[in-house]
Every structure is written in structure tokens, then in C-alpha cells.
Design a binder for this molecule. Structure first.
Ligand code: PMP
Length: 283
């Protein structure tokens, strides 16, 4: 596997990051993850825009222009012969003697890799997945895509140990989002409900596309918070993320969502998303 590190493409085994990297010592960095279908990056402009915002919020200089990022991404996809999967990349504040204050002359560390993965024909997309709710223990700037993911690691491991595939994080009785996904329910009257953007959640890029597709498809949408109790009573539930697109959620805390099968609105939205992602990018 070929990865990218600080200006070079090289075999994974040869890609080494210095011991004093602030990403390693402090989790001082931000990242992005983008879905790849038929060798094309899905919604890349929106991901690069979110990267720019994350970097500027934590005051790490952006090492590349959007055009440079795009060409590096294209090259890593080509070099790995990637058709379907995921591109991950992160930027840390760089290497310096351990000290909390920003280093004066550190250069950001840039690392990028690809992961091949079946997104379109994933079994989870057919059967749906189970989620469990856990307290949202994260910091108050969840809109920044920080590489400090300890709370998500613990939440998702708790979900796994409870037999589920994702954790839905709960703050003051309301679901914020998934450990690594945006959370949606469908009301008994057929409206999609999703939490509005704020510092409490990551602005999901797949969420954004899904909202556009649901408007175009004439599906009612309510951007508001929902409680765990409302989710238990929902007609359907689903999640979105760049590496999964749209996945049905068929059980929450061990209770089946409606009849415990993926619902029609979720199926329709997944179909619309797949159509969008499969269409050749407009010039
Ligand atoms: N929320 C969180 C906390 C996430 O980690 C992710 C995945 N990056 C998402 C939502 C979904 O965002 P996106 O659709 O941009 O992948």
C-alpha cells in the first residue's frame, strides 16, 4: 500500500512520523475522510472546505491549496488502484519539543492513506445495523474535525461490547450524532428529523448532501433535536457518513425500530445518494 507523508508517496512500512509529533503527543491536529466510488472522490469540494475551516479554527496553517490537495488525492487513488473505499488524511501542528504553546517554526505534518472497502454492496446496508445510546462525553467544539477521538473510541467500543455497530451520543436527553456518523430518524408521519448544525455536532458532508436530496425528492424534513425516547418510537432510523453513505438503523438500545427492518424512506434516500455518487462528476 502506498501512503503519502510530508510531500512523498511511499510504502506504508517506510512512512514514519517523528516521536515528538504533536499529533502523537497532544492529538493536536485535524482530519478528513472522503468516500471513493469508481475511483472518484465523493463531495470532495465540501470536504476540502470543511478541512480549511477545521484548520483555521485550530490555527494550523493549511499546507496546500485546494488544487494541490485535489491532485495529491487523485494521485494516491491512482497509485493504489483504488476503486471503492475511503481516503483519510490528517494535518497536525508538526514536530516540536513537548510544550503546550504553539511551536514557533514547526511545519504541519501531513499524512494520507486509502482504505479499500465495499460501500455499495455492504451487508450492513441490506440488513441495517444496531446502535446503542451512550452519554456524549466530548468537548464543546464538535464542529471541528479534531483527531482527538478518545470519547468516540470509548463510545464505539461500548457499542461493540453491547452487540451494536455504532454508538448514538446523548447530551441532555437529546441525540447529538453517532460516534462517527450523523444520526437521523423518520417520524411516524414520514418526516426526516436531524439535529441542526451548531458547535454540538460535526457538520457531516453526507448529511448536507442527504438534506439536498431529500428536498429534491419532496421528503419532509425537520431540522431539530430529537430525544432518545422519540428515536425509540420512530418509524425509521438511519445514519450517514462518507465511508458508509446511508445505513439503516434497525435497533436502538436493543429495541427494534418499528418492525426491525430497513424502512422505505431510508431505502429511497440510500438509492438517491447512490445515484448522485455514481453519476460522473460535472466538468
Ligand atoms: N459525525 C462525526 C462525529 C463523524 O466522525 C463523522 C464522520 N466523519 C460524521 C458525523 C459524518 O460526517 P461525513 O458525512 O462528513 O463523513
Amino acid at each position: 500500500r502506498i501512503v503519502f507523508l510530508n510531500g512523498s508517496f511511499l510504502p506504508l512500512e517506510e512512512a514514519k512520523v517523528p516521536f515528538m509529533d504533536r499529533g502523537f503527543l497532544f492529538g493536536d491536529g485535524v482530519y478528513e475522510g472522503i468516500g471513493v466510488l469508481d475511483g472518484r472522490l465523493i463531495d470532495n469540494e465540501a470536504h476540502l472546505e470543511r478541512l480549511e475551516r477545521s484548520l483555521s479554527e485550530v490555527r494550523i496553517p493549511n499546507p496546500y491549496t485546494r488544487a494541490e490537495w485535489t491532485s495529491l488525492q487523485g494521485e494516491i487513488v491512482r497509485r493504489n488502484g483504488m476503486q471503492e473505499g475511503f481516503i483519510y488524511f490528517q494535518v497536525t501542528r508538526g514536530v516540536a519539543e513537548r510544550d503546550f504553546f504553539f511551536p514557533e517554526n514547526a511545519k504541519p505534518t501531513v499524512a494520507m492513506f486509502t482504505q479499500a472497502k465495499a460501500i455499495v454492496h455492504a451487508p450492513a446496508a441490506e440488513k441495517g445495523i444496531a446502535v446503542v445510546t451512550v452519554p456524549d462525553l466530548r468537548w464543546e467544539r464538535r464542529d471541528i474535525k479534531s483527531i482527538s477521538l478518545l470519547a468516540q473510541v470509548l463510545a464505539k467500543q461500548a457499542a461493540k461490547e453491547a452487540g451494536a455497530q455504532e454508538a448514538w451520543l446523548v447530551d441532555e436527553g437529546f441525540v447529538t450524532e453517532g460516534g462517527s456518523s450523523s444520526a437521523f430518524i423518520v417520524t411516524p408521519t414520514g418526516s426526516i428529523v436531524v439535529r441542526p448544525l451548531s458547535h454540538a455536532i460535526l457538520p457531516g458532508i453526507t448529511r448536507k448532501s442527504l438534506l439536498r436530496l431529500s428536498k429534491e425528492g419532496g421528503i419532509a424534513l425537520e431540522e431539530r433535536r430529537f430525544t432518545v425516547e422519540e428515536a425509540y418510537e420512530a418509524a425509521e432510523a438511519f445514519l450517514t457518513s462518507a465511508s458508509n453513505f446511508v445505513l439503516p438503523v434497525v435497533s436502538i438500545d436493543g429495541r427494534p425500530v418499528a418492525d426491525g427492518k430497513p424502512g422505505p424512506i431510508t431505502r429511497k434516500l440510500r438509492e438517491l445518494y447512490l445515484q448522485m455518487a455514481s453519476a460522473p462528476a460535472l466538468a
